[in-house]
Design a protein around this ligand. Sequence first.
Ligand code: BES
Ligand code: ZN
Length: 598
Amino acid sequence: MGMSKFGPVVVWLACATSAYAEAPLKGKVQDREVWITIGTDALAPVRTALSGQGLRLAAPTFEKGGVAVLRVSESQVEKLSGAMHQGLNRCAGFIAHDSQAEAVAAAEAAHQPQTLGMALAASYTLNNAASVNALLADIQEINIRNTINSLSTNWTNRYYNVQNGADASTWLKNQWTTLANGRSDIKVEFFTHSWKQSSVIATIQGSTHPNEVVVLGGHLDSINQSNPSTGVAPGADDDASGIASVTEIFRVAVAKGYKPARTVKFMAYAGEEVGLYGSKAIANSFKSAGTNVVGVLQLDMTNYKGSSYDFAMVTDNTNAQLNAFTTSLISKYQPGLSYTNITCGYGCSDHASWTAAGYPASMPFEATMSTDNKSIHTPNDTLSVTAGNANNSVKFAKLGASFLAELAKGATTGNTPPPVDSGGGGTLPTASYDSTYKAPRCASAGIGCDSGTLLNGRGTMSPSEANAPNTIAAAACADSSKGTYRTDESNERIRVSTPDGTTLAAGKTVTVEATVYAYSTTADKLDLYYSASATSPSWKLIGTYSPSSTGLTTLSASYTLPTGGVQVVRARFRYNGSASSCTAGDYIDHDDLVFAVQ
Ligand code: BES
Ligand code: ZN
């Protein structure tokens, strides 16, 4: 969400129940509209709470997997925050977006089918035990306790847009710089934002796979829900405990001479409590740069043991395969410990920003939803709630350290690094719309190219396909606009990749995946074509495929890349008819993906 479009006021009232009893919304003509994603479970109670104030909540325009997309006015967002708090005893619990397309994309990503299956499974291996165990042996509770103590007693208001919040970033950056101990392969930097507080990022350059990135993070900011700017917000659990866990992982990595094969980034996000601002800015900038993030671990609240389970895996807005990998780490490296699954019902922490940007993320949490720490967002979120110790966070620091050494591979001093699977974890460079080619394009040759959400929709069916029909200028081909989105046919996404994670080059066999929304398994057909040139295309049929299920489903095929610097793949998803690279007709969607080849 761009801070510029609608100011921070939107979410800083997240839990401020005092601020919403004011003039009704009708007649506020200058009110800007925003789009929100919200858990469907929250709709009824929020609607009831709002109607108590004479306000009506619009019907969702899109719903999927427990997440709804709604249009609201900017001023209504404030009332919605209050209503969430009143109706659900939950803070905010929705994410505001600039556009409907962005909101729908976020809802989609929250429950995306796992189309990255094979590549991910191949690279999530457990074969680095010697290095993991060297790291785990050195994790110390006292260090975690000291960091929580410093943050929660010296920086008792880490709100994202006040000077204290900014100063807390500087303090942490200095801490991490000291821990880096002058190593030339490590740098510690600010990621600055349009508000006062900066995010902090410590990077250990990967020795052999520097372009593949592993992220471990937590949020640096805190909030006093009834007085955000000046109230006392120690945030010992939420989230000094996560920052302290990440800090201890970073410390042991350096202390044990750990040299990761993949690049590792330790992150302390600014502005999580006001709407995941910092992580969203970072994840989106990585996406724009085409950075290949193979896995993200979010540690938000680690020191309070709410239930008998040691870990609760958040299963919404996270990646199922990365979650499976994370629980396999628990079973292998902390075998006495237990875990369960929970859902937040909305993007409750920074993992959701990474998921929305198309990256695999996991968030192991300290409690179940009914047993969560009730002191958060108040002056009472102090270390005394957890008896003055950081025992519970040790488990999370160990989990994070095992995540680090098994995902980034490489080795600690004296240990032999295991082989690193290629394939980059399944995340591919993301295309962006190219107004010259008139289709999504990856301008430089990488391990593949992913249209991401750019091809969602068909023609002007609401919500419409952005830049429809997304077919190359040299072979434009219209879409039908007939029917209803996500009931009738649409091609939603195209990915092209090398199965071995090497760069796209002439002569290599590549996998093409098309994610379609199918109406029928018998009448619907996918025609896939390729052309060596995107400027003077000559289409070759890869094949015609039938969806094996209705709804969202991914079909894949392979072909050998010809010679040509700028190539293109076309997906034509049709209802009845026969194979053709371009024949318009009812319910037919044509989409192209342009990509560079070496
Ligand atoms: N750490 C919390 C999220 C949380 C709280 C998860 C309790 C599970 C149980 C986080 O810092 C937070 O408060 N998030 C906001 C998100 C919103 C601003 C988008 C929330 O949940 O209201
Ligand atoms: Zn938090």
